[in-house]
Ligand binder design. Structure first.
Ligand code: ATP
Ligand code: MG
Length: 434
């Protein structure tokens, strides 16, 4: 297929060979059209039955939709064609015939439910609007990587098979590792922290995290893509600055480089790069504002985690991305540092989109004795984490960082109703294949 021309590049005056899928066949009697689709778009192929070789017409119009074909012919200008040009075929070759019955209709004329779409993701991804989501996802990852490099971070890759969990035992997937119990990692948390004490100082990772979430929700996956940042010699405020810059860079990348995809998704008007600084609300202000909305039957009291309805009420009230800072120490993990002047208050923060949580982060506890104490308070055995804790005895700088859910970022940017729309092959309670 060396000499294959993309449909988007087929220019009038040239003879080309295009390759792709049969998107549509329209037989108007004496004249018929085949619409061929490839990754760059579509092109019309015109068959004038009386003027063309019978065999050629038969091959071109006898093929089932979604079959893979090549068409060789002259490209001509044609005002009435969808793209302003059409191909007058000299030859048509059927490369891979598709069954006449398809599990879903890639032309999008017949709606399919999400489950059918996910079962047949290859066909689903032949739809321009689905392809657009994954083009945008790829751009988000590119822009985020670039921003991390601009922030002076080194990209790292840490193990996904681990001996212990970090975020509490309930969400772990156990596996068998040469006869011993091991787990799929929930977060690169401890590994990335260890790297701020190395010569690298400032790192990022984009990789899978595994969470045995008990319930299917529109915003939880059992395998998600975590975008992690960790840096030596910054506090939670510096970590929030970095977070804001990365989230903004992702939006800017999409605004600049995915104009067509946004158009395909009908989001040209709606899509916005978040402007201005993200407000930083303390946890205390957050619960007061939620209570003032009257959205909850029971008002929140200090120490409560924010229920989903509370997050929604506050999100509607704030109306943009915002941070919640200064969480009660008791509801944040052991590795988050408490404020020096108030041990009940932590340096933990969340970045919220009006609809849901995007990021959790904070300054980390880098003092060995406090760290060991924190493990015990959380009911974890410090011995199991010796590989981690012992490095805090050999010169661990103050540091801070965060983890951002990649799919949640894409989901909020594109206003997708379900996080599964942002993953090619999602993993949830019911879905382990494809
Ligand atoms: P939530 O309260 O929304 O379940 P969390 O506080 O348990 O999230 P963290 O441990 O703080 O999640 O993880 C950091 C980020 O990773 C979250 O803010 C979110 O963007 C993302 N994330 C966590 N768990 C999942 C999941 N199961 N599916 C998709 N993204 C997730
Ligand atoms: Mg969180």
């Amino acid at each position: 297929m060396e000499s294959r021309t993309y449909t988007a590049d087929a220019a009038p005056g040239n003879t080309v060979t295009v390759a792709g899928w049969v998107h549509e066949l329209r037989d108007l009697g004496g004249i018929a059209f085949l619409i061929l689709r490839d990754t760059t778009g579509k092109i019309q192929v015109k068959f004038e039955k009386d003027e063309m070789d019978e065999q050629l017409v038969e091959t071109g119009l006898g093929v089932h939709r979604e079959s893979v074909i090549t068409v060789t012919g002259a490209v001509e200008e044609e005002e009435r064609a969808p793209t302003g040009v059409e191909i007058v075929p000299e030859s048509v070759e059927v490369i891979a015939e598709a069954d006449p019955e398809l599990p879903l209709d890639p032309s999008g004329k017949v709606d399919a439910d999400l489950s059918t779409r996910l079962d047949n993701r290859t066909l689903d991804l032949r739809k321009a609007e689905v392809q657009a989501i994954f083009d945008i996802r790829a751009e988000v990852l590119r822009a985020v990587r670039q921003q991390f490099r601009d922030l002076g971070c080194t990209e790292i890759n840490t193990p996904k098979i681990v001996a212990t969990g970090t975020e509490g035992g309930t969400e772990l997937f156990p596996i068998t590792y040469f006869g011993a119990e091991a787990f799929m990692n929930q977060s690169p948390q401890l590994f990335k922290q260890l790297m701020v004490g190395s010569g690298l100082e400032r790192v990022f990772e984009i990789g899978p995290i595994f969470r045995a979430e008990e319930h299917n929700t529109p915003r939880h996956l059992n395998e998600a893509t975590s975008i992690d940042f960790e840096s030596a010699f910054i506090d939670e405020s510096g970590a929030m600055d970095a977070c804001e810059s990365v989230v903004r860079a992702a939006h800017e990348g999409v605004a600049q480089n995915c104009v067509e995809q946004l158009e395909t998704l009908g989001l040209t008007e709606e899509f916005e790069v978040p402007a201005g600084d993200f407000p930083r609300l303390s946890y205390e202000e957050a619960i007061e504002r939620i209570n003032a909305t009257g959205a909850l039957d029971e008002p929140l009291v200090w120490g409560d985690d924010l229920p989903t309805e509370g997050e929604h009420a506050l999100g509607a009230d704030v109306g943009q991305h915002y941070f919640i800072t200064d969480w009660p120490s008791e509801i944040k993990p052991f590795y988050i540092k408490d404020h020096d002047d108030d041990p009940d208050l932590s340096t933990g923060f969340d970045l919220m989109h009006p609809e849901l949580e995007l990021v959790s982060g904070g300054q980390r506890e880098h003092r060995y004795d406090h760290l060991i104490e924190g493990f015990k308070q959380q009911g974890l055995e410090p011995e199991a984490f010796e590989y981690y804790t012992k490095m805090f005895r050999y010169g661990m700088p103050p540091h801070a960082g965060w983890g951002l859910g990649g799919e949640r970022l894409v989901m909020t940017m594109l206003d997708l109703g379900n996080i599964r729309e942002a993953v090619i092959f999602p993993r949830d309670r019911q879905r382990l294949s494809p």
